[in-house]
Structure formats: structure tokens, C-alpha cells
Design a protein around this ligand. Structure first.
Ligand SMILES: Nc1ncnc2c1ncn2[C@@H]1O[C@H](COP(=O)(O)OP(=O)(O)O)[C@@H](O)[C@H]1O
Ligand SMILES: [Mg+2]
Length: 213
């Protein structure tokens, strides 16, 4: 059965996913709910170790299939150790990226194809798909310029995907929009080009109208 309290945020680099995931978690906590704020790749000790293999190093260090398998290996651990236990005790789970990123990055932009991602999703995720996926959409140049400013500020080496070329990021944007189009009952497209407060308002509207009763 679909878990009603599992929310994911998706979209390209610099779309504001991490910012908005934090704001949404705070807002739900303010209503007295337990919220587990988590991220992919990562979200459990094992998955965070796998993350380092994915977000650092040369852009071409993996084949698309190896990369997808690493993401799904991390996701298996994340679901087993963090997400399923949290949902089982009634907490909200907010994940900064989830399977739609693997679909867009490895399935479409890196060319692995939809079928492989669907097979791995059936094996690893099964029925535990998010109840709501917020797809933060904005022009590629704006997202990358935000991401570069942030990289300057936090001096992170976790920029392997950001370093992929502009065509790659444009393909990603289209892939996320196509997921939203295919699964309108799960996905909402959020206009992420506007200011932080406005994006938060759009997200809260989607969450309250779809999930909070
Ligand atoms: N709506 C917004 N307008 C302008 N800057 C933003 C907005 N949302 C986030 N930022 C800034 O842009 C950068 C990237 O945001 P972040 O939340 O880290 O994006 P993501 O997690 O999607 O890569 C951060 O420095 C953040 O403070
Ligand atoms: Mg982020």
C-alpha cells in the first residue's frame, strides 16, 4: 500500500531541493509531527558511503549501468535502514532526491533506458513509492548558477554531476517534466525560479491539498 507520508523533492542542480526540504520539514514539525529529513544518494551510513563513489571524481568514472546499480544499492540500504522504519512508526519522510533522479540521470541523460530503471525499481522499491513528488523546475542556466554560487560558499567537492555539460542538464530538465506528465497523481511541478518564500508557498499548497488532512 502507498505510504501517505513519504514525500520526495526532485529536479536539477541548484533548483532549491535541499533548501525547500528543510523548510517543509520545519513546517511539518511545527504541527507536531515527527519528520525524518533525508537525502539520496545517502540517508543511511551505508548509503552515505556509496554516495562518495557517486558525487566525487571524474564525470566518466562509471558506465551508466554501474552508476544505476550503485544508486539502487544505496537506495536499498536507505529504504531498509531509514525510510521503512520511519514510515512504520508514523513519521513523515522527506527525501531530497529519490528514484526519479536515477530515472532522469542514468535512465535518460546517461542513456541506460527506462526498462532497466523500472526493473530495478520493482526489485528495490516495490510498493514503497512516494505519496507525493515535488518536481522543482527552473531554467538550466539559473539552476547551475545557483549551484556554482553554493559550491563557492561551502567548498564542496560533491560536484560530479554539476560538472556534466549543459546539454546533459537540459536533457535532465525535460526528463523530470516528462515524469511529471506521465505520473500526475504522484507528481507536482513547482516553479522553482521564483524566490524561496514563493516556492515554499507552492510546496505547502501541494502538501496540504494532497496529504495533510
Ligand atoms: N528560490 C531561490 N532563489 C534564489 N536562490 C535560491 C533559491 N532556493 C535556493 N537558493 C540558493 O541556491 C543555492 C542552491 O540551492 P539548494 O537548495 O542547495 O539546491 P539543490 O539542493 O536543488 O541543488 C543555495 O545557495 C540556495 O541558498
Ligand atoms: Mg541539494
Amino acid at each position: 500500500m502507498t505510504q501517505p507520508r513519504f514525500i520526495t523533492l526532485e529536479g536539477g542542480e541548484g533548483a532549491g531541493k535541499s533548501t525547500q526540504a528543510r523548510l517543509l520539514a520545519k513546517r511539518l514539525e511545527g504541527l507536531g509531527y515527527e519528520v525524518v529529513l533525508t537525502r539520496e544518494p545517502g540517508g543511511s551510513p551505508g548509503a552515505e558511503a556509496i554516495r562518495q563513489l557517486l558525487v566525487t571524481g571524474e564525470t566518466d568514472r562509471w558506465t551508466a549501468r554501474t552508476e544505476a546499480l550503485l544508486h539502487f544499492a544505496a537506495r536499498e540500504d536507505h529504504l531498509a535502514r531509514t525510510i521503512r522504519p520511519a514510515l512504520a512508526r508514523g513519521a513523515w519522510v522527506i527525501s531530497d532526491r529519490f528514484v526519479d533522479s536515477t530515472f532522469a540521470y542514468q535512465g535518460i541523460a546517461q542513456g541506460l533506458g527506462e526498462a532497466a530503471i523500472k526493473t530495478l525499481s520493482a526489485l528495490v522499491i516495490g510498493e514503497d513509492m512516494p505519496a507525493l513528488t515535488l518536481i522543482l523546475d527552473l531554467p538550466v542556466d539559473l539552476g547551475l548558477s545557483r549551484a556554482h554560487r553554493r559550491a563557492g560558499a561551502d567548498n564542496s567537492a560533491e560536484d560530479r554531476y554539476e560538472r556534466m555539460d549543459t546539454t546533459f542538464h537540459q536533457t535532465l530538465r525535460n526528463a523530470f517534466l516528462s515524469i511529471a506528465h506521465t505520473e500526475p497523481q504522484r507528481c507536482v511541478v513547482i516553479d522553482a525560479a521564483s524566490d524561496t518564500d514563493d516556492v515554499a508557498r507552492q510546496i505547502w499548497h501541494s502538501v496540504t491539498s494532497r496529504l495533510v488532512t
